[in-house]
Design a protein around this ligand. Structure first.
Ligand code: VGL
Ligand code: ZN
Length: 210
């Protein structure tokens, strides 16, 4: 069951382990804090680690507050498709956008920010929610010769899911370390994420075996 890590070709992508997604944050993922220790341990097992950071301008169009009359978790039509509206979160430069205080970020070779365009959300670390605007991560991984991407972090059913799907789309092998993720579980999104990962051929593993 365990895939031995190939330190030359494998990278660990740590998704959005930020204060706003943890206890006391603006968009807390249930149990979000519990991934911090697990992710710290996992980072020690990989030679190459990349962090993502959700990084929205104030009045980002994914915020319910930018849509008068709408509530968080409503869905609206955006030019690029349906978009769930969220509480304001991970505003650029705010404490909520910082990495969790206990996350050990020293080993990260790249910190990739996403969601910085006001009109487009970006769940995936590879493409914005229009599914076409690249973040550059695909090119970065290709140039560095990484073939396999292990994913951990928050939230399992949004940014981890979309990133894993896009990794596969770009020809990488993707593996989700499920015990180092937690889900938001909005309207069945956690079960849906499991189905979509299976369809994409993404393996879900227990990271504590690594
Ligand atoms: C995320 C909702 C909004 C995530 C980011 O990191 O999964 N979810 N922004
Ligand atoms: Zn966001």
């Amino acid at each position: 069951m365990t895939s031995p890590i190939d330190q030359g070709r494998d990278a660990l992508l740590v998704v959005d382990v930020q204060n706003d997604f943890c206890r006391g944050g603006r968009l807390p993922v249930p149990g979000g804090d519990e991934v911090v220790g697990r992710v710290n341990r996992l980072m020690g097992a990989f030679a190459h680690v990349i962090l993502t950071q959700d990084w929205h301008p104030p009045e980002h169009r994914s915020f319910a507050s930018a849509h008068p009359g709408r509530q968080p978790y409503d869905t609206v039509a955006m030019p690029y498709g349906p978009q769930i509206l969220w509480p304001d979160h991970c505003v650029q430069g705010s404490p909520g956008a910082d990495f969790h205080t206990d996350l050990d970020t020293t080993q990260a070779e790249l910190v990739l920010r996403k969601g910085f365009r006001r009109d487009v959300d970006s769940y995936s670390a590879f493409f914005e929610n229009d599914r076409t605007t690249p973040t550059g991560l695909g090119g970065y991984l290709r140039e560095r010769g990484f073939l396999r991407l292990f994913l951990a972090g928050l939230a399992f059913d949004f940014c981890v899911l979309w990133s894993a799907e896009d990794a596969v789309r770009l020809g990488l092998e993707a593996l989700v370390l499920e015990d180092a993720c937690r889900a938001l579980d909005v309207a069945g999104s956690k079960a849906e994420a499991r189905r979509r990962l299976a369809v994409a051929g993404v393996a879900c593993l227990e990271g504590h075996h690594l």
